[in-house]
Design a protein around this ligand. Structure first.
Ligand code: ADP
Ligand code: MG
Length: 233
């Protein structure tokens, strides 16, 4: 298995300044972060085999150095329940990509575990010219996009910082549970934030990291999409 530094060096050697989702997720996994289980298939037969190994339902996604926003080009199909759906989804993705990004180099199709719905949060990192790396936490979807209910700290952070961040957003009651809803696994979110803090300490050439969304359950959490951008100089 590749180590963290070689994943980044390999991308730079190819002249790429962002990691492909499977690279970003492998990097996260090396730091103990709970990413959805995944394999990269090079053809339909392999996709069928990996889906069986991972277990249905699964998700298929395009893997291409020329595509950063996969669903914008019809490159993501979720909640695939059996092999006949898988075949359709596979062909659909290849078809969509060939139509919408005709020159895209296709590295394969990512087969991954489908994560059932739950409460969504996001963890991000940006490199601020003054403060260096800053970590962001918020609830997913409209909470971040419309209400801007997010909080920031300069990295590295401690467990106490992470707990403070989680409890100081306005939407915290949604995580804590209200009207009889059980609490979401805050400890799992803390561990993700501390893992991200360690990852950035070791790999300061990362200029941006987005774990969006992370689905949090009563027990545990799953990182659904991971995007990592590298510094260009
Ligand atoms: P994009 O590159 O367009 O951001 P994503 O990987 O984020 O592609 O997939 C788009 C959306 O599909 C996600 O925001 C999420 O709602 C859903 N999704 C993706 N992967 C999974 C998964 N493994 N389980 C459940 N839902 C998923
Ligand atoms: Mg995404």
């Amino acid at each position: 298995m590749m180590d963290a530094k070689s994943i980044v060096e390999n991308a730079i050697r190819e002249g790429r300044y962002f990691l492909l989702e499977p690279e970003a997720k492998l990097l996260c996994k090396l730091y103990g972060l709970p990413v959805t289980e995944f394999r990269v298939a090079k053809d339909l037969e392999e996709a069928k085999r990996y889906a069986k190994e991972i277990g249905y339902p699964v998700v298929l996604k395009i893997v291409s150095p020329d595509i950063l926003h996969k669903s914008d080009v019809g490159g993501v199909v979720i909640n695939i329940k059996d092999e006949s759906e898988l075949v359709k989804a596979y062909n659909k993705i290849i078809d969509n990509v060939k139509k919408r990004v005709p020159n895209a180099r296709i590295r394969g199709i990512l087969v991954q575990e489908f994560a059932p719905p739950g409460r969504e949060v996001i963890v991000g990192v940006a490199k601020d010219p003054q403060f260096e790396h800053v970590i962001m936490f918020g609830l997913g979807g409209i909470f971040v996009e419309i209400l801007r209910d997010v909080t920031f700290r300069v990295l590295p952070i401690t467990k106490k910082d992470a707990l403070e961040m989680i409890s100081e957003i306005k939407g915290y009651p949604i995580l804590k549970g209200y009207r009889g809803e059980p609490p979401a696994d805050v400890e799992a979110i803390v561990n993700i934030m501390l893992g991200v803090s360690d990852l950035i300490k070791d790999l300061p050439m990362i200029s941006q990291l987005d774990l969006n969304p992370i689905i949090v359950y009563e027990k545990g959490a799953k990182i659904i999409d991971a995007r990592i951008i590298l510094e260009t100089s």
